[in-house]
Design a protein. Structure first.
Length: 217
């Protein structure tokens, strides 16, 4: 019973963090809205793969090493922040979409499947605040000494939640009506999304190790 309660608690804590808008949410929305439903879903899948890495790293204790090494934390922080700023630059520079009649009116730029997965995966993986969130989660709630089946359940459930949540986000923002609206104002939407990514990148660059409640996905 205690192990079941542990699994439910960890799952609930992760879900609350996942639905809080952050870099992962933004890149999924961007690819779903500006490219296609498939691009958004593959980006969501990439994000979910990142959660698996973070979860396993926390179980193995790798997150402890990162949290206790100022150098490693800063390297991850600067790489992650620079990556988000690079994404912001590409988004702002993206060509304006022209409305036309097809199932995905704004999809003038198709994102290859592997590229979409990579964007979601790296956005999640290179965020040290996410690394420290999982470390805090396993330190406060779970334990690396938990039984193997409990650890496996936690990894599987967190992956399932990530897939379901971010896929739902991708499906919503890839609706035809939303893409049609985007096509009419794509120039300004790209600038707004780019500035949001830029702001998240800068925030990450100047961030300090957060608590569980501070983590944003």
């Amino acid at each position: 019973m205690e192990e079941l309660l542990l699994i439910v608690t960890v799952a609930s804590a992760y879900f609350i963090a996942a639905v809080s808008p952050g870099p992962n949410f933004v890149v999924v929305v961007k690819n779903a809205m500006t490219s296609s439903r498939g691009s958004g879903l593959w980006t969501a899948f990439g994000v979910s793969l990142g959660t698996i890495v973070h979860t396993i790293a926390s179980i193995l204790g790798l997150s402890v090493i990162i949290s206790k090494s100022v150098l490693l934390f800063n390297i991850l922080k600067f790489v992650g922040g620079a990556y988000l700023i690079y994404m912001a630059y590409k988004t702002i520079r993206q060509k304006e979409s022209k409305p036309h009649m097809n199932p995905y009116p704004s999809s003038t730029i198709r994102i290859p499947t592997l590229q979409a997965i990579r964007v979601g995966f790296l956005t999640n993986l290179l965020n040290p605040k996410t690394t420290l969130f999982f470390l805090s989660l396993f330190t406060v709630i779970a334990s690396p000494t938990s039984s193997l089946w409990v650890q496996a359940c936690i990894v599987a459930i967190i992956h399932f939640i990530a897939v379901c949540w971010y896929s739902s986000v991708a499906l919503f923002f890839s609706q035809v009506k939303i893409q049609e609206a985007y096509a009419r104002v794509s120039k300004w939407v790209n600038r707004a999304v780019g500035m949001l990514l830029f702001g998240l990148g800068v925030k990450l660059l100047v961030s300090e190790p957060p608590s569980v409640s501070d983590a944003k996905y």
